[in-house]
Design a protein around this ligand. Structure first.
Ligand code: GDP
Length: 309
């Protein structure tokens, strides 16, 4: 049993590789929910949805979000009605989110909905939200506070980040299913995802963070930073805003309490010795840039081969 902590881009790429190396039934993925957004009162869960689409082969692999061959009739109609829907949601994507809204309204939890829709889509892996409570990332910029989606999608991340607020994180409870998946896992992989807005809203849940701290020997993290840059997305600005260096060193210091094993990119191999001296971590260097299915599978196979006892 392998449990993976995931955001919506870097780690799902790794999951494509893991799928080729494992029986899908043996894979549990805890997906970030702090990017969740209420779109015209319809609940969208972008990272969970990317995982659902990836594992059901519905994903638009070009954009790496949304449903392949989707249409945009709803967005088009909204525009005709003089709306400015800056958050894109295709028609088939919308259908799933309408079902989520209905299911939640009828008293089902996000965990139950994700399980029901996974079954419907023929997914054998388990996709779990970390909590059934709401956790949302908000960005404080100058004098305003905006939702993470507004920061990233509407403003393309081009505004100053003064502070990041994780609403609901302090009081959110981990689900039984998640604690069970951590307990049952032979190894836990924190994939190459944004440490601040994808992984922190998972490991910042007290019971999850505490479990990882006590069992860090079986946790392997893949650095999302190569050299002094993320491979994609706003990780650099967000890490800087938290005072974390955008480097494998910054990643090591950030994750040290939660994991014993850190895989840095082979391009940063020269740092291995220094990081091992500075931190209580086993540092491994390996090609982590996933540009093809082959590189994804090779990285997945490497992570499954690392010693974790
Ligand atoms: P989001 O939910 O769309 O923000 O996506 P994630 O949090 O899952 O992933 C974004 C992070 O993944 C960024 O910090 C990237 O640097 C990292 N990332 C994306 N692709 C790769 C890759 O091929 N290799 C590595 N090492 N990191 C990657």
């Amino acid at each position: 049993m392998i449990t993976v902590l995931s955001g919506g881009t870097g780690t799902p790429k790794l999951i494509q590789g893991l799928r080729l190396q494992l029986q899908e039934e043996d894979l549990t993925i805890i997906g970030n929910i702090a990017d969740d957004y209420s779109w015209y009162s319809i609940p969208v869960s972008p990272d969970i949805d990317t995982l659902l689409y990836l594992l059901s082969d519905w994903l638009d692999l070009e954009k790496f979000w949304g449903v392949k061959d989707d249409t945009n009739n709803c967005i088009g109609a909204l525009r005709e009605l003089n709306e400015d829907p800056w958050f894109n949601l295709g028609d088939r994507d919308l259908a799933l989110c309408i079902l989520r809204g209905d299911s939640l309204k009828n008293g089902h939890s996000p965990t139950e909905f994700t399980a029901m829709i996974s079954k419907q889509l023929g997914i054998k892996a388990k996709i779990l939200p970390p909590s059934n409570d709401s956790i949302q990332t908000w960005i404080k910029s100058s004098n305003r506070i905006i939702h993470f989606q507004e920061y990233w999608v509407k403003h393309r991340g081009k505004i100053l980040v003064d502070e990041i607020l994780f609403k609901g994180l302090e009081t959110a409870k981990a689900t039984e299913e998640v604690l069970n998946a951590l307990e049952m896992a032979e190894r836990i992989i924190i994939g190459p995802s944004n440490p601040i807005t994808s992984i922190y809203p998972i490991i910042g849940i007290k019971e999850i963070g505490n479990y990882l701290k006590k069992n860090r020997h079986k946790v392997i993290t893949v650095s999302p930073i190569i050299g002094t840059n993320p491979v994609s997305g706003p990780a650099a600005e967000l890490m800087q805003s938290q005072g974390i260096s955008v480097s494998p060193d910054g990643v090591a210091s950030y994750y040290e309490p939660f994991c014993k094993n850190l895989v840095i990119d082979v391009a940063d191999e020269a740092l291995k010795h220094k990081l091992e001296q500075k931190y209580d971590l086993n540092i491994y260097s390996f090609p982590t840039l996933m540009t093809s299915l082959v590189t994804k599978e090779i990285l997945a196979s490497y992570l499954l081969s690392l010693p974790v006892d």
